[in-house]
Design a protein around this ligand. Structure first.
Ligand SMILES: Cc1cc2nc3c(=O)[nH]c(=O)nc-3n(C[C@H](O)[C@H](O)[C@H](O)COP(=O)(O)OP(=O)(O)OC[C@H]3O[C@@H](n4cnc5c(N)ncnc54)[C@H](O)[C@@H]3O)c2cc1C
Length: 453
């Protein structure tokens, strides 16, 4: 065999797996068909966060006036933002390649596909490997409506030649609400269209409601309980988007943020016997092995919890298990997550609805104007919530909508993963003046939920 391990896909999951396995002394090859670092670095988390930061500056300039700064907001230059983003991403691409080379992995800038369960075609070269890891990620999908090809998806949003003046985003998931904040913050009239009564299905209801209110307050035009019917472009420029209430929106850009499916295109997976489930997600066991024991799958291609830190943790665990003498699995419980909406969300653990389904839970909720906006004059509320097991006092979930929520939630997730109780939170002394201190001073129970209530 040419390699002990061959990794298909140079995204978050694949690069970590290849690098760690090579570091353990394995002979490793890795193929990437498009860009090193994959979705997160090139068309996901990283450029998205730069764009959110860009969008926030406009509002920051307005807020500063209340503090005595006479700052004119001025115009935003989309070209400058994109060029700065591209320069930074090129730097990150280089770091990923160097990390792999330094670890001793052999790099292929090529598409890989299966010839048989141990043999791959990598850019026309035939290579064999004892073990193979599939880390090919996912891609966005468009709804099947007439004119769908006239809309963009998130992959395209990072390369737009100019900022649209009007945009309609379809989809109330995290990508939809994040881009609504970006386009709105950069000055576009922004519509957000979603099927549910509230955005962010699966998140805690108070967060969903709080975010919908905040987005509305920011000027985003919300269209709940609505789906797109068709898109036409009579003059080749303006898109006429017909909605399920038969209203028509005329906008420059329609953006589908309507979900993602695993990338299996051209992989020739059929020759391996690896089984897939819904939407082509590769089925894995707790060791991330597929139904073919020497083939593993990690990251978004398994479509379980599609987050970069999960993908890297899985890549690391497979490498340690196979070549580091340290067999281990990755728990997907209490994984903290953020939504970089404006304002952002940070969340970990159970939602109120999940906790109520499980048993009796105490809810502690605070909603307040953050210190900054008492002076800036901006109408914006921060929301903080703890969900506590009524029997054991263990904190089951923490949720926040408000500035710095993702930064605050990373620390709280450690406490929650350690099984902290509400009494532990209460005896912790706060940092003053901060928003975070509210999490250790939530004294009054807001309500009780669960089977007994
Ligand atoms: C707009 C957006 C924003 C996001 N924001 C966040 C965020 O804020 N936080 C967060 O944690 N997660 C975020 N994510 C999710 C995150 O990007 C993914 O969970 C993560 O990138 C998954 O890593 P992966 O390695 O599984 O797949 P990917 O990063 O997609 O990597 C797969 C790689 O495999 C390559 N490939 C595919 N097929 C082949 C083949 N046959 N041969 C060779 N190469 C192949 C692809 O080119 C790709 O580079 C975001 C995603 C999107 C789309």
């Amino acid at each position: 065999m040419d390699f002990d391990l061959f990794v298909i896909g140079g995204g978050s999951a694949g690069v970590r797996c290849a690098r760690i396995a090579a570091g353990h002394g394995a002979r490793v090859g890795i193929a990437e068909q498009r860009f090193w670092g994959g979705t997160c670095v090139n068309i996901g988390c990283v450029p998205k966060k730069f764009m959110v930061m860009a969008a926030e500056y406009g509002a920051a300039a307005e807020d500063a006036r209340g503090f005595g700064w006479n700052i004119a907001k001025g115009a935003h230059d989309w070209g400058v933002l994109l060029a700065a983003k591209d320069t930074e991403i090129a730097r990150l691409n280089g770091i990923y390649v160097r990390l792999l080379e330094q670890a001793g992995a052999k790099i292929y800038d090529a598409h890989a596909s299966f010839i048989d369960p141990h043999t791959l075609d990598v850019g026309g070269e035939r290579v064999t490997a004892e073990r193979i890891v599939i880390a090919t990620g996912g891609h966005p999908v468009r709804p099947e409506i007439p004119g769908a090809e006239l809309a963009i998806v998130s992959d395209d949003a990072f390369y737009l030649e100019k900022m649209p003046k009007t945009v309609a985003i379809i989809g109330g998931g995290y990508i939809g609400v994040e881009f609504a904040g970006i386009f709105n913050g950069l000055g576009a009239q922004t519509h957000l269209i979603y099927r549910q009564p509230l955005p962010l299905r699966g998140f805690d209801e108070d967060l969903r409601l709080g975010l919908a209110e905040a987005m509305s307050e920011n000027g985003i035009i919300l269209h709940p309980d609505t789906v797109p019917k068709s898109i036409t472009t009579p003059d080749g420029v303006i898109r006429c988007l017909t909605l399920s209430d038969m209203s028509v929106l005329d906008v420059e850009l329609v953006f589908f943020a309507t979900g993602r499916v695993p990338n299996l295109h051209g992989l020739n997976l059929e020759v391996t016997g690896v089984e897939t489930g819904k939407d082509g997600a590769i089925k894995v066991d707790e060791r991330l092995a597929t139904t073919v024991p020497h083939i593993y799958a990690i990251g978004d291609v398994t479509d379980r919890l599609n987050l970069t830190p999960v993908a890297t943790a899985e890549g690391h665990a497979v490498a340690d298990s196979l070549f580091g003498g340290n067999p281990r699995t990755v728990s997907l419980e209490n994984v903290p997550t953020a939504v970089f909406s404006i304002p952002p969300i940070g969340t970990v653990g159970l939602t109120e609805a999940q906790a109520a389904h499980r048993g009796e839970a105490k809810i502690f909720l605070a909603r307040f104007t953050p210190m900054r906006h008492n002076i800036s004059g901006r109408v914006r509320k921060t929301l903080m919530k703890l969900i506590v097991d009524a029997q054991t006092d263990v904190v089951l979930g923490a949720h926040m909508l408000g500035e710095d929520a993702p930064e605050i939630m990373q620390g709280l997730s450690i406490a929650i993963n350690c099984g902290a109780t509400k009494a532990d939170f209460d005896r912790t002394i706060g940092i003053h003046p901060s928003a975070a201190e509210e999490f250790v001073t939530l004294r009054t129970q807001t309500r009780m939920v669960g089977e007994e209530t």
